[in-house]
Design a protein around this ligand. Structure first.
Ligand SMILES: NC(=O)c1ccc[n+]([C@@H]2O[C@H](COP(=O)([O-])OP(=O)(O)OC[C@H]3O[C@@H](n4cnc5c(N)ncnc54)[C@H](OP(=O)(O)O)[C@@H]3O)[C@@H](O)[C@H]2O)c1
Length: 342
């Protein structure tokens, strides 16, 4: 099986490579091969990425990768690259799994968290599958086990690490911490070092596209993506803030149920959920390197017995991106290849 990893020099791409190294048999006689892909800049610089057991593997362009006929294309590059290349790889019979926002809200394209999203993989047509935004993945993972208790609505204050904006976000934090001044190439609207800023600019209201509202782009992604992932009319109102930490997103979540509930039952539901770990003090720094959402501070609002409050942290590059993409690939292998062999 040939797997092209697009964006192999970036944060998410590198996390995907490290997961594939561990999960896949990459020995010479396995027939498995990884094709790392990056931009023209990296190709001109003859950049390579470490992939055990091959050592250093030179990156190639999308043009060269498509000639190799990969079976899977795991894309973690800018949205414009996905818009251009995902359909071409898919028409070339590859299963394309995309991490960018390019396809997430397209009605024809499934938006998948394995184990949560119900979806079919029709391999008779070109297949593009979208992986959700890192905040939506964390929140959907934490909220999914609570669904059966009847949720009325959810609100969340979300604290997003700078690496959620890719390499440029981390460079901005590092440069600003050295100079204590705004970094001119920052992806953020204001100085992030020593500060908290709205995650992005003002956008159209996702609930009424004709109206300009004060939802920022990250909030809009969460509001659009969560109902699609969960296959429900989930009402969620998030406040997304960018905070000056390198890795790991977090959220303080309030879930309003239709009926009063019992806290022991809710705790058990979290324990039974997949990719969830209950911890006394979840925090972004402790979530780094893990493929689960850490949930803690679980409590009932003393003024409203219908409201559950909890705190959740997860690694935005792993649970929020790389490990979800690899899990989708595993699900496709199961749905398409294993089913076909039966
Ligand atoms: N960071 C997160 O927490 C997160 C979570 C969920 C989803 N995502 C999404 O995942 C994608 C990647 O994010 P990231 O954080 O990994 O960004 P990043 O660290 O900035 O990396 C971007 C990658 O894209 C590559 N690239 C740029 N232009 C390309 C082109 N024309 N052809 C092929 N490759 C190209 C870059 O290669 P060069 O090194 O050559 O420039 C680099 O490898 C984005 O769409 C983002 O929205 C990110």
């Amino acid at each position: 099986m040939k797997i092209a990893v697009i964006g192999a020099t970036g944060f998410v791409g590198r996390a995907i490579l490290s997961i594939l190294e561990k999960n896949l048999n990459l020995s010479a006689d396995s027939g498995n091969q990884i094709i790392p892909v990056a931009s023209g800049r990296s190709i001109n610089e003859k950049k390579s990425v470490p992939i055990a057991p091959f050592g250093s593997v030179q990156v190639v362009s999308c043009e060269d990768a498509i000639k190799e006929d990969p079976a899977f294309v795991l894309m973690s590059a800018p949205e414009s690259v996905s818009k251009k290349w995902a359909p071409r790889f898919a028409e070339n019979k590859a299963f394309v799994i995309d991490n960018s926002p390019a396809w997430r809200t397209n009605e024809e394209i499934p938006l998948v968290i394995p184990g949560i999203t119900k979806w079919e993989c029709d391999a008779t047509k070109p297949v593009i599958i979208a992986s959700p935004n890192c905040v939506a993945t964390m929140l959907a993972t934490a909220i999914y086990p609570l669904f059966r208790f009847g949720i009325d609505h959810v609100s969340a204050s979300v604290f997003q690490a700078v690496s959620g904006s890719g390499m440029r976000g981390l460079i901005a934090l590092e440069e600003e911490s050295r100079k204590s001044a705004y970094y001119p190439h920052s992806p953020f609207v204001g100085q992030i070092f020593g500060n908290i800023i709205p995650a992005s600019g003002r956008e159209k209201d996702p609930l009424d596209p004709k109206r300009i509202s004060s939802w920022n782009t990250e909030e809009e992604k969460v509001m659009r993506e969560m109902p699609k992932i969960l296959g429900s009319q989930l009402k969620i109102s998030p406040t997304c803030l960018r905070v000056p930490i390198p890795y790991g997103h977090s959220a303080a979540v309030r879930v309003t149920f239709k009926k009063a509930f019992d806290s022991a039952t809710i705790k058990q539901a979290f324990l039974d959920g997949s990719n969830i770990k209950i911890e006394d003090e979840p925090s972004p720094i402790h979530s780094v390197g893990h493929d689960y959402a850490s949930v803690g501070r679980i409590r009932i609002d003393p003024y409203d017995k219908h409201v559950l409050e909890f705190f959740v942290s997860s690694d935005n590059l792993r649970l929020g991106a790389a490990s979800n993409v690899v899990s989708i690939m595993d699900e496709v292998v199961k749905k398409v290849y294993t089913e076909a062999l039966k």
